[in-house]
Design a protein around this ligand. Sequence first.
Ligand SMILES: NC(=O)c1ccc[n+]([C@@H]2O[C@H](COP(=O)([O-])OP(=O)(O)OC[C@H]3O[C@@H](n4cnc5c(N)ncnc54)[C@H](OP(=O)(O)O)[C@@H]3O)[C@@H](O)[C@H]2O)c1
Length: 313
Amino acid sequence: MSGEAGRTRSRVLVVGATGRLGGSLARASLAAGHPTFALVRPHHLARPDSPHLEPLVAAGATLLEGSLEDYPSLLEAVRQVDVVICAVPTKQALEQKSLIRAIKEAGCVRRFIPAEFGLDPTKVQIGEMDYGFYEKKIEVRRLIESECIPHTYICCNFFMRYLLPSLVQPGLDSPPKDGIKIFGEGNTKGVFVKESDVAKFTICTIEDPRTLNKTLYLRPPGNVCSMNELVDLWETKINKSLKRTYVTEEQLLTEIHDAPFPLKMDLIFIYSAFVKGDHTYFEIDSSTEGTQLYPHVNYTTVNEYLDSLVQNI
Ligand SMILES: NC(=O)c1ccc[n+]([C@@H]2O[C@H](COP(=O)([O-])OP(=O)(O)OC[C@H]3O[C@@H](n4cnc5c(N)ncnc54)[C@H](OP(=O)(O)O)[C@@H]3O)[C@@H](O)[C@H]2O)c1
């Protein structure tokens, strides 16, 4: 055999495939022609009609029973693949240590993509405010690197489903009708990427030598915007002006102090992105940006995403 037909595609294991990002990763992996395995916790398999399993099976994934707490299941799963992608929530980031141990013991994995999928944890400028959110990701990075596990870190910034449906109004799940809060001066730019696009870019990296032991950043043109730009765009679409109330840095810090969880974390992430500029304050090399590396990947722009919100108002 020669050419496409003879090429063996990497076999991919997705941990967290029954989750939102993990499901997109498994589907993107299958769509790219990779034999794809989903590590699924026993409680799903106990329910054959589980709505989380049907789409995975329909797309062609092979289900493997296991969990991060069950080391033998991890080792058995990892031994069957070349690539491991983990998409467990950040609160469980440190549980990936057993997965890293299994990857090390199996010795067959050519790329590991840990559960990051947010800001670059080494660049965040909010000190101790984040209740250890980013420190856990840094600890996992240190372990991966000390164990010499081939890896790629995906720094996609905000998912569109997070904060964009409300135009960055914490506590709302749709755009406000009349008035809108703008955090800081409104000119600092944040980045939004649709989850299914994050998954497509992630899958592009797994066999790419240019991303080996590197960080992939996503700053797609059309998806890097300030709060003022976001509101301008929205006002054009709805043909109406919203009353803008500017929340100063000091006022926002007071709001953060007084807010209960989980609102507090939303406000902290807003502070980080739209006041401190943590998505965009640092330069990146074009050789590390997803749309530069993979110009063939179609993605949803913020403009298109807002069009879908207009249809729902
Ligand atoms: N940038 C952003 O705006 C943003 C926003 C949200 C999330 N994220 C990132 O996206 C990633 C995934 O988040 P998500 O919201 O898609 O998560 P999610 O929907 O909550 O899914 C989590 C997945 O992890 C699985 N899981 C949890 N504990 C496990 C364990 N002990 N063993 C094996 N599997 C386990 C869950 O399995 P069950 O179905 O069995 O529970 C589920 O499949 C994380 O890295 C997170 O940091 C980024």
